[in-house]
Design a protein. Structure first.
Length: 575
């Protein structure tokens, strides 16, 4: 005959504590319960063996007393619900009051309470198990609703009992409150998902940073940062504002309007009001401000809705130079912690890029100033050479000519010598003129850029024999000063490269206006420059051409397909 025994772990090992009547057909195993009474120093562990089918639920008084003492001190809910002959809760342990807030008496008084406490979202699942539509798992979870309305996560081990007609007669089970464990698991799951989203967005941010690093001006940087922030980083609406020179107001850069379109806001100025997000960011040195259900405004300060709003300070390494705003007006989705972290990093990236652009701008201004001084010095030297040394050589030539004409006929040898000296002086004068032109072509100052380029093309043809033609639309190009000098020097360097490396027979130079830019194109039919030659560190001529253009806010592009084509863009306002 099978029997059920309960063993309690004591200090010296396992000893028999009590005998209990076990439920028919129960599987051998263990049941752990947390003892709540002071008489049991450690957790109680019950080993259950199958009991005879002939035994009933009613137990002898002594065994029942001991069994009830054990389960009534357990922290788990132990229960038996019977369906036949009529539905009733046969037993539920006192732990039900601690877990659900309902007393034992309330459960006994209302047989349906055991099903009412099941969360509406889990009732269908339980009914499917009850009706045998799914296999009964060894352990399954149920959400139960406490008397005070709070949801409790529980884990159940249940056995369904049937009679000979396969009618459900009873449900026996043990339920454990796992709310704390579930909260920990949910928290861990949320943190893992948050980190996953952050790592994904961080990868996108790296790509966006690489694209922004190729921008050449702060205006272009702000415009592209807003476009990429909306399209790649997932911010539905954002804007960039910079500190004005006096530090008391902000000037707009670019932003996304209420229709989701990128808008030029550079003409907008906004004072820094006390208590505003701008004031918190700039005056109080708070690098990051997050507001939930705040008033969302457009670029003019008008309230256009409510939602999440984030402001991140843009630092250049020393000072706050701007602020990056983002909100969820268009999407309506909350700005999650990973998105807030990404926005803070994005603002930091923009600050570093702005600092780099400002440094490059200062460098270009200094470089342009030095080049201007150099051109002025070249002009002065060329003028002095032409005015002083040129006049001296011309005077020497005139004196030698007079001497030759006044020599006696028997002084033919001396006359030949004088003629030789005159030839040397003529050669020196020509060299002097060439040096003056290379230092500073007077035609550039006297007649303008187009005539200077046409004269240079004629000199190029005479010197190399390579065909060179110049075209311009329109013919009048009102470019003077250093910009004209820079474009002339770029063209001069391009023709020098054609003569040295291209093996070309034809060169075309064209100038035209295009949307506020002066475009100069120098194209030859030579072998074509390679990408390696363009990017070689010792390509000083190409580097010099690019530096001259960048100093003026322009650019130089070189294409080596079907010959070499050099395109220079200079932003020049058409008169």
């Amino acid at each position: 005959m099978s029997r059920a025994r309960t063993l309690t772990r004591a200090r010296g090992g396992w000893t028999e504590e009590m005998r209990a009547r076990a439920k028919p057909d129960v599987r051998p195993g263990f049941l752990e319960t947390g003892a709540r009474g002071p008489s049991t120093p450690r957790a109680t562990r019950m080993e259950v063996e199958p009991a005879p089918a002939s035994l009933t639920w009613d137990m002898p008084n002594e065994n029942e007393r001991r069994f009830r003492t054990l389960i009534e001190n357990a922290r788990d809910i132990i229960y038996r619900y019977e369906f036949l002959p009529e539905p009733r809760l046969r037993y539920v342990s006192p732990a039900v009051t601690e877990v659900l807030g309902y007393t034992e008496e309330e459960h006994y008084a209302d047989p349906n309470l055991a099903f009412k406490v099941i969360h509406p979202g889990d009732r269908l699942f339980f009914l499917r198990i009850w009706r045998g539509r799914v296999e009964v798992p060894d352990l399954f979870g149920l959400r139960l609703v406490r008397k005070d309305g709070r949801v409790v996560w529980t884990e159940h081990h249940v056995r369904f009992l049937y009679d000979g007609k396969r009618s459900l007669t009873a449900i026996e089970g043990v339920g454990r409150d796992i709310s704390d464990r579930r909260r920990l698991e949910d928290g861990l799951r949320v943190r893992e998902e948050t980190e996953r989203q952050f790592r994904k967005q961080l990868t996108v941010l790296v790509d966006v940073t690489n694209r922004l690093s190729r921008v050449g001006s702060t205006d272009d940087l702000a415009r592209l940062a807003v476009e990429l922030g909306q399209r790649e980083l997932g911010f539905s609406r954002l804007s960039i504002w910079c500190v004005d020179n006096n530090g008391e107001s902000l000037k707009g850069m670019y932003g996304v309007d209420e229709d989701g379109q990128v808008r030029d806001e550079r003409a907008i100025r906004s004072p820094i009001h006390p208590g505003s997000t701008h004031e918190q960011t700039f005056k109080r040195k708070r690098g990051f401000v997050y507001e939930r259900r705040s008033d969302l405004r457009d670029c003019t300060g008008k309230i256009v809705g409510k939602g999440d709003h984030v402001a991140a300070a843009i630092w250049d390494g020393e000072n706050v130079i701007g602020v990056l705003h983002a909100d969820n007006l268009l999407s309506g989705k909350p700005i999650t912690p990973p998105m807030r972290r990404i926005l803070k990093l994005y603002a930091s990236v923009l600050g570093h890029l702005c600092a780099r652009l400002h440094s490059e701008e200062k460098f270009h201004k200094l470089s342009m100033h030095l080049r201007t001084l150099r051109e002025q010095e070249k002009t002065r030297i060329a003028r002095e050479i032409h005015d002083e040394l040129g006049q001296s050589l011309t005077g020497i030539k005139l004196q030698l000519s007079w001497l030759r004409e006044n020599l006696d006929s028997d002084k033919e040898a001396l006359a030949r010598k004088v003629q030789s000296v005159i030839g040397i002086v003529d050669s020196s004068i020509l060299s002097l003129q060439r040096i003056c032109v290379e230092l500073r072509p007077a035609i550039l100052d006297d007649l303008g850029l187009l005539d200077a380029i046409e004269w240079m093309a004629q000199e190029f043809v005479a010197r190399t024999g390579i065909e060179c033609r110049v075209s311009a639309r329109p013919r009048r190009i009102p470019l003077k000063g250093y910009p004209a000098t820079a474009l002339f020097r770029i063209c001069q360097e391009a023709l020098t490269n054609v003569a040295r490396h291209a093996n070309a027979t034809r060169v075309r130079i064209s100038l035209r206006w295009d949307n506020g830019n002066l475009m100069m194109r120098v194209a030859d039919n030579g072998r074509g420059i390679t990408e390696r030659e363009v990017t070689a560190p010792d390509s000083f001529g190409i580097t010099c051409m690019r530096e001259r253009a960048v100093e003026l806010g322009g650019s130089v592009m070189i294409n080596g397909k079907m010959g070499t084509t050099l395109t220079v863009r200079l932003p020049v306002r058409m008169p």
